[in-house]
Ligand binder design. Structure first.
Ligand code: SF4
Length: 315
């Protein structure tokens, strides 16, 4: 068994440490065996300016997720199994097709539970001509052991920092240890990569993303304080206000309002956080933001151009 497959044998790739044998076809909390599955790949123009650049970001949506937030906008692929198995050769072709379409980078979304297969796939793609940066766009719910093999293959990190509140994490992700895991993971990412640009486009570095949850501003304040104390000057902050209720149930049932938005912007000043981005509030009411991965182009055509789809293949 090669190194990549042995990591799946008694899987402890994320802090859930399920211990199941994914190489034998068993699934843990993330819902995935050792076979890499992908739902879509597209040129995406909705990321932060240094990620989008002029060519757009080459986003690869991996199926399954080790965190599974109740409010996930990508729940079809993170929790409902949408996507299909791709071989390493097909993964390489997807990366190269994104590069051929002038993507600024390969932006791997939620790949933590598939890190060994993805690391092997990226190395293979490099050998076959992939030269653009590769970004790791994750929930941040990762172990340091799983992150270490990525050090040589990932150029930039886009981790979420959803909350440091264990009660909130237990309620929304069934992961009371999320805060502990994500803060250690982001510190490690900041050690791996410093901020570098080619023109205005990110070549390496860390952008910490925080989605403001309506009615949960205390969680946002804790996150901003953590960023100011641990990451300011080393990475950038991206403050997102696009939260949109997607499925009812135990999740906030409205978008961020203007008063909450102003409060959070005031905290950026209070903590002296200047390097980064924040979304305009108008985006939060835009239902076009929500993807449908059963469509060949899951996003609105303004936001993205489909390059590969789990049902249609290359488009
Ligand atoms: S990656 Fe999946 S199977 Fe492995 S420990 Fe995490 S949730 Fe469990």
């Amino acid at each position: 068994m090669n190194d990549a497959l042995s990591s799946y044998k008694s899987c402890r790739l994320c802090p859930r440490k399920c211990g199941v044998d994914r190489s034998a076809g068993k699934k843990g909390f993330c819902g995935e065996t050792s076979a890499l599955r992908v739902a879509a790949a597209s040129i995406h123009r909705g990321e932060e300016p240094p990620i989008t650049g002029t060519g757009g970001s080459g986003v690869v949506f991996v199926s399954g997720c080790a965190l599974q937030c109740v409010f996930c906008q990508n729940y079809q692929i993170s929790q409902q199994g949408v996507g299909r198995v791709v071989t390493e050769a097909e993964f390489v072709r997807i990366c190269l097709a994104l590069q051929e379409k002038n993507a600024e980078n390969i932006n791997i979304v939620t790949g933590s539970h598939a890190a060994p297969a993805l690391a092997a796939g990226i190395k293979a793609a490099r050998k076959q001509g992939l030269v653009i940066p590769v970004l790791w766009n994750s929930s941040g719910y990762e172990t340091l052991e799983a992150l270490s093999p990525l050090e040589d293959v990932i150029d930039g990190y886009l981790p979420d920092l959803k909350t440091l509140d264990s009660a909130l994490a237990a309620r929304f992700f069934k992961a009371a240890d999320y805060g502990e895991a994500v803060s250690a993971a982001i510190k490690k990412m900041l050690e791996f990569r410093d901020m570098r640009y080619e023109g205005a486009v990110l070549r390496s570095g860390v952008i910490v993303r925080h989605l403001v949850l309506p009615g949960r501003l205390d969680a946002t304040r804790d996150v901003l304080r953590w960023f100011a104390e641990n990451a300011m000057g080393k990475g950038l902050l991206s403050l997102m206000t696009q939260y949109t209720p997607v499925r009812g149930g135990d999740m906030p049932g409205r978008s961020v309002n203007e008063a909450e938005y102003e409060t959070v912007l005031g905290w950026l000043d209070e903590f002296g956080i200047e390097d980064g981005f924040y979304q305009e509030l108008t985006l939060s009411a835009d239902s076009e933001w929500l993807p449908d991965f059963n469509r060949v182009n899951p996003f609105s055509s303004e936001l993205s151009t489909s390059v590969w789809h789990w049902r249609a293949g290359f488009v």
